[in-house]
Design a protein around this ligand. Sequence first.
Ligand code: FES
Length: 164
Amino acid sequence: MSSTPKPPGTDVPPGKPRKSPGKTRPDPVRRRRFLRKCLGALGGVGFLMAVYPLIRYIEPPPEAEGANRVEIDKASLPPGTSRTVIYRGRPTIVVNTSDGYIAYNAVCPHLGCVVKWEGGTQSLICPCHGGKFGTDGSVQGGPIPGPLTAVELSVSDDKIIIGA
Ligand code: FES
């Protein structure tokens, strides 16, 4: 009586674990799950690496950063000139105009470029998109949504004090 050879593992009764002949092979389902977890972890790390710099860029610096009071010698700011200082972590432009000293947060309300003083037109100019502000901080041109933010200053005999 001859019998046909059965493929390996088919003669095991139901409920009993099969013995694999020779080398054991890793379970493909477990391996797939492991690879999915690895890819998920890598994707999460990549996402955080991409988002963190954006958040740091968008988030304004804390008010506590930088000096809370900045003093400038009056002699270093002749009439018609300006100076940009860092006050509370933000660029602040101080101008000696014909009407007296003015100080504004120099960050343009449009997209955040730093404004410059233009003595010839007696205005503050944003170099990025041509925004223009008057000496009172009001918008005089360009795509700017609002005026510059004034910064408190006081003047003593020989000093201009920002944040007084
Ligand atoms: S950033 Fe100043 S006008 Fe656009």
